[in-house]
Design a protein around this ligand. Structure first.
Ligand code: FES
Length: 97
């Protein structure tokens, strides 16, 4: 497993972006749980870690598409982006294979 960051690196209610190989991953901590989603918005490529959180949705800062960080599905636009399986261990966040 690849360590992405420490749990404490991720601010509550905001995103934190890491790059692993060719992947940009946006991490969010919501209500104490951590979620990992493709950081590159599938609409026009803005970084979703700069977006706004509403419930479990991140709202893209550029044009407002929304994505559920638990599933990658946009409730408003019906498109889907990738989520990544992670594991939290010893205060760090790992990308599962
Ligand atoms: S780039 Fe994200 S909604 Fe347009």
């Amino acid at each position: 497993m690849i360590e992405l960051c420490k749990v404490d690196d991720i601010p509550e209610g905001r995103g934190y972006r890491v790059k692993v190989e060719d992947k940009h991953i946006a991490l969010f901590k919501i209500e104490g749980d951590i979620y990992a989603i493709n950081a590159v918005c599938p609409h026009a490529g803005a970084f979703l870690d700069s977006g706004f959180i509403e419930d479990f949705n991140v709202i893209c800062p550029l044009h407002g598409w929304d994505f559920d960080v638990r599933t990658g599905v946009s409730p408003s636009y019906g498109v889907k982006t990738r989520c990544y399986p992670i594991e939290v261990k010893d205060g760090a966040v790992f990308l599962k294979d």
